[in-house]
Design a binder for this molecule. Sequence first.
Ligand SMILES: [Zn+2]
Ligand SMILES: [Zn+2]
Length: 286
Amino acid sequence: MTTMALLYLDLKDAFQTEWCCLCYEMARATLKYMRYFVREGKADGQVWAGLLRSRGLCHRHALVMLRAEVSEYGDGLSTGTLYDWLLDDLLRTIQKEDPGAGQAAWRNIFRRDGEPIPAAQRLAERLTPSGPCQACVHLDEYEASAAWGFQRFVSPSRGEAEFRDGFEAAAPLCLPHFRAVLREAEDGGTLDYLVQAQARKLHDLSRELKEYLRKHNYQYSHEPMGREKDSWRRTLRAFVGQMPDEATGLRGRVVRGRAGDGASPAGGGPPRDGGEGHGPAERERP
Ligand SMILES: [Zn+2]
Ligand SMILES: [Zn+2]
């Protein structure tokens, strides 16, 4: 099955959750990539060189790696091995500062007055990453492909009605992913469709949020909350996408029934479909 065919199925699965479908797909792809990364991906020569430049992973992907290795393998061996190497390099960098500037400069780093110390400035500069996080590089590329795929699947001229139906019943795209998809839109018909469908979803959300706020007025506080009870949370998500905890492995709640197996996202989040050794673009279905 091609990568695009897999993406199509993954996004249709993601429509069943309460998340932006592209956020959900990226959570799945991120977890999959990090499971591959912890055991094999980091051994690639270019990736190692990149990890040196970036001084390891960014904060977000470090968190995913932490959780992925523990949940998948029950230890921190791979993370420990990688960061042992990075730590050695970090120590070499720190100790490389010329000793002439050394002692006084080190003491003076903690001064609260006066001008910045050149030796401290140089060291800070050398400790600053000079390249992007390797996971970001890989996953940003996949994300752009997924955004392109999404606009193609919803395109009135080139997409599929069944996919559009699924999207119309699903959560709105978050603002970052809405922008990403708009940037990939290939024709006017797709643009019109995207704007109309997204606006309709945001209108619905707005109505729910207003209802939530109304029921907090004491005059109406006796009225039971319905679906609007978490509209404030969904609205926040519509602006920024997944919250960090959600993006690192917690599961998206299924909002509509679906016959899912244990490995599917509708079974509750990014699937544990194994396949170490495959990046998101190469994955195989379980
Ligand atoms: Zn999103
Ligand atoms: Zn990153």
